[in-house]
Ligand binder design. Structure first.
Ligand code: HEC
Ligand code: HEC
Length: 419
């Protein structure tokens, strides 16, 4: 059986088990089957979960939900998400420091292909030292929203924030358009997205600017739209590339397909503790993230201002012309992510709350926390969550977390392009 079909049937059976068969088998209300083990309606993986991990049916449903399917979810709002030309364009741009006003700074500086697409720093260094830790992008394709504060609701609308952050790459959408226009990538861009406007006309298209700058605001609406369309298309190409560096299945996923020997007895103990300690309440689903925001009381770095987290991200998201309600979001018939109510900005639980991060590949993404406060996993677990862990539980969780290493994305995508 191919992994796809095995996983599909494992998931189907687990859903079946959760709804009907499992309670019947467990409660034993009316008819006890003659041979309970093979006729309990459970998938092999669900039975392994029950027998190996001593978890309830509901807990096993959550455990099976951690399995990484081997096809990516659709690229939301991006009809170029799987286009090979877009992949190639995004690949080139991800590694090209021309699209930044900081010497030698490119996406890959903070998302290094040789460092799990992270930078191994507590907080990243752009034009100046930033205030947040750079997340790995190995699981970006699985996430529902982006950044620690969720200010981007699609993967394609994320990159422009990096380009235009004055402390980070210090670029502008006008510079993005001009630089692309004179770059070797223009042909590829135009093959994909159609002709670029005449950007040599600097009366219509000034050299640098974003909304709020007098020169940008003075442009004709159609020209602003043309520039923003280019910025959106660049983001869509970068998403297409980032989908190529999605991490593959880890030993845990093989276990969740029914291969009982794929993880060690001690890792099983760690998985069981991970569930019992309620880590899975937030670190759930294929990316080990529920996509929600919590204040986990991570200490503020010495000398830093308190970070508003989600409460601050909401306003930025709602004003962004590239959000899912905006004109650049491609509709494919499925409903776009709903707009986030403005009340979130004043919800006290969302002040200082950050999106649950992935735990896949966590072995290589230290330091941890939105501000990189914790140098090690040990330091995170010493004060994270509500459940007090004894040394043995902590150790087993740690061994489990360290095992969440999937197959690394393949070349050429996981390496620097030849230049
Ligand atoms: C100077 C370092 C730096 C550069 C350059 C940089 N990033 Fe990031 N990246 C970060 C940091 C820090 C965050 C988290 C920021 C936040 O949450 O506010 C981040 C977040 C992200 C995320 C969100 C991941 C998640 O799980 O939410 C993606 C995707 C990403 N960057 C891709 C890119 C792309 C594409 C580029 C180039 C256009 C880029 N980055 C340039 C540091 C950088
Ligand atoms: C209430 C939801 C919730 C629960 C329960 C929870 N976490 Fe987290 N976890 C988060 C959030 C949110 C963060 C990011 C916090 C921040 O940086 O402000 C995080 C961060 C982490 C990190 C750091 C990852 C990184 O890349 O920075 C690890 C490791 C982690 N959690 C493991 C666990 C384990 C193990 C448990 C169970 C003992 C657990 N979590 C329980 C929500 C939760």
């Amino acid at each position: 059986m191919t992994p796809t079909r095995a996983l599909t049937s494992a998931l189907m059976l687990s859903a079946f088990a959760a709804s009907a068969a499992f309670p019947a088998a467990c409660g034993g209300a009316s008819s006890t089957p003659a041979n309970p083990a093979p006729n309990d309606g459970l998938s092999v993986a669900a039975r392994n979960c029950r027998d190996d991990l001593a978890l309830t049916a509901a807990e096993c449903t959550a455990v099976l939900g951690l399995a990484l399917p081997d096809t990516l979810p659709p690229a939301r709002g991006n009809k170029y998400g799987d286009d090979p030309n877009a992949v190639e364009l995004g690949f080139r741009m991800f590694f090209d420091a021309r699209f930044s006003n900081v010497p030698d700074l490119r996406c890959a500086t903070c998302h290094l292909p040789e460092k799990a697409f992270d930078d191994a720093l507590a907080v990243s260094h752009g034009k100046v030292v930033l205030t947040r830790n750079s997340p790995t992008i190995l699981t970006a394709a699985w996430m529902q929203s982006y950044f620690w504060d969720g200010r981007a609701d699609s993967l394609w609308s994320q990159p422009l924030f990096a380009f235009e952050n004055a402390n980070e790459m210090d670029f502008t959408r006008l510079e993005l358009a001009h630089t692309l226009y004179v770059s070797p990538y223009r042909t590829k861009y135009e093959t994909l997205f159609g002709p670029m406007p005449n950007l040599t006309d600097t009366a219509r298209f000034p050299a640098r600017g974003i909304p709020g700058d007098a020169v940008f605001d003075a442009m004709a609406d159609a020209d602003k739209d043309a520039v923003e369309r280019i910025a959106a298309n660049v983001g869509k190409s970068l998403e297409a590339y980032m989908r190529k560096v999605a991490v593959g299945q880890a030993p845990l996923d093989r276990y969740l397909l029914g291969d009982r020997a794929a993880i060690s007895e001690y890792e099983k103990k760690g998985l069981s503790t991970f569930v019992k300690a309620k880590c899975i309440n937030c670190h759930s689903g294929p990316a080990f993230s529920d996509g929600k925001y919590y204040d986990m009381k991570v200490p503020v770095l010495p000398g830093a201002a308190a970070d508003p987290g989600r409460a601050g991200g909401v306003g930025v998201l709602s004003l962004n012309v590239f959000n899912a309600q905006g004109p650049y979001y491609d509709h494919d018939g499925s409903p776009p992510p709903a707009s986030v109510p403005a009340s979130v900005a004043t919800d006290p639980t969302q002040m200082g709350a950050f999106r649950t991060p992935t735990l896949r590949h966590v072995a290589s993404t230290a330091p941890y926390g939105h501000n990189g406060f914790y140098p090690t996993l040990d330091a995170v677990l010493a004060q994270h969550g509500d459940v007090a862990l004894d040394a043995e539980q902590k150790n087993s969780i740690m061994v489990f977390l360290l095992s969440l290493v999937g197959t690394y994305p393949s070349r050429p995508w996981s390496d620097w392009p030849a230049r």
